[in-house]
Design a binder for this molecule. Structure first.
Ligand code: SER
Length: 388
């Protein structure tokens, strides 16, 4: 199944069960939201999880692009991307978690043809504020899926305060040999999480206490590229069909080892999407996330060959990415913007080298030096450390 077929199967399955498809938003949360980027499918729906009626009803399904910088250092492993898409389904105070899990199991095994023997789940085991999630436990036992109970790993929130709740995560076995009897998701990372169902019923207040939300919701999220790679029998997210053009066009341009190829592909693709959603490089907020992505790419590219430039990036790759994320931007313009940012980085590096060659900075640098370099010369700490 290619990625578009996976999306169609997912959406139609939920539509057949009374869900309305809603259009996903951009990566940018609405004005006034303190969060820089949409990090999950539920984020734009927060007011509706808190009780405001949704114009399309109580059962929703969608495809939402997300960006997570918390995982930046994990990019390059088998399962993490900076920008990714999430398929999601919601019950806004309608059906309960066990229906969602039951459908989820049905879709994975019948819709996507996954061998039920290769699934494992985790369920919230209870803490001093909320009891164990017995409904989910019972459903999984009835379905014959092995369950592991955890506490922190099965509590989902989108931040320190706000809607949250116990979740049940579904894992797929990716080992070459069948899982051993003692192998569970927390003990064996060959179990890869594919779908999270959150019983979103609580709100965490500033003082850490929990109050019930006005309605009992279910919020589910499934990482699209991750599922695609697994269904397509690939070992990493970078090998699913979504990355085909990157795998075809980058290696002839720059010879990179596999981890560098993944990082460069992920960060460039993410930069294109972020620019496509209207962000421009800057020293604060969203623009700084974009700047860091571009600089990380250039740092990797220049490790082996200083003559590499984003100016060589095929415009088709940019166009493919904008099309994939259903963005309107002009690919030539996006490319020019990335190249301008590269030029700024070159100038900054030159200035940085000059400043750092002064006698004052020859020895070890203390906090005051780093602050001075940042405040007076605009040299970020990580850049200074990198230049020495
Ligand atoms: N909000 C949950 C997650 O992001 C499920 O959608 O994992």
């Amino acid at each position: 199944m290619n990625t578009e077929e996976i999306v169609r199967t997912f959406v139609e399955y939920f539509e057949e069960r009374g869900h309305r498809r809603i259009t996903g938003s951009t990566l940018l949360p609405s004005p006034g939201d303190p969060v820089l980027f949409t990090t999950s499918g539920m984020h734009p729906l927060t007011p509706h999880l808190e009780g405001r009626p949704h114009p399309h009803g109580r059962r929703l399904v969608n495809r939402q692009r997300c960006l997570r910088t918390t995982d930046l250092d994990e990019v390059g492993d088998r399962t993490h991307l900076t920008v990714f898409e999430m398929l999601g389904s919601w019950s806004l105070g309608d059906y309960e978690g066990r229906s969602s899990l039951d459908w989820g199991h049905g879709l994975l095994t019948e819709g996507f043809g996954i061998d039920p023997g290769l699934l494992h789940v985790t369920v919230f085991g209870g803490d001093d504020q909320v009891g164990p999630d017995l409904d989910s436990l019972e459903l999984w036992q009835r379905r014959g899926v092995p369950v592991e109970l955890t506490v922190e790993d099965n509590w989902w929130s989108n931040g320190p305060t706000g809607p949250c709740g116990p979740d049940s995560e579904i894992f797929l076995w990716t080992g070459d040999t069948p899982p051993g009897p003692k192998s569970t998701p927390t003990r064996d990372d060959r179990w890869v999480e594919i779908w999270n169902h959150v019983m979103m019923r609580h709100r965490r207040l500033e003082d850490g206490s929990l109050v019930p939300l006005p309605q009992r919701n279910v919020d589910t999220g499934l990482g699209l590229e991750r599922l695609s790679s697994l269904l397509q029998g690939r070992r990493s997210v970078f090998e699913c069909d979504v990355f085909d053009p990157w795998r075809r066009l980058l290696p002839p341009l720059w010879s990179l080892d596999e981890p560098s190829l993944r990082l460069v592909g992920d960060h460039l693709r993410s930069s294109v999407v972020v620019v496509g959603d209207g962000v421009r490089p800057s020293n604060t907020g969203r623009g700084y996330v974009l700047r860091r992505l571009v600089r990380r790419v250039l740092t990797v590219l220049w490790r082996d060959d200083r003559s590499r430039t984003l100016g060589d990036l095929p415009v088709d790759l940019v166009r493919h990415t904008l099309d994939h994320f259903r963005q309107e931007g002009d690919p030539e313009l996006v490319l020019r913007l990335l190249l301008d940012e590269e030029r700024r980085f070159v100038r900054l590096l030159e200035r940085g080298r000059q400043v750092l060659s002064r006698p004052r900075f020859r020895g070890p640098l203390d906090e005051e030096d780093l602050r001075y370099l940042h405040d007076t010369h605009g040299l970020p700490r990580e850049l200074v450390l990198q230049l020495r």
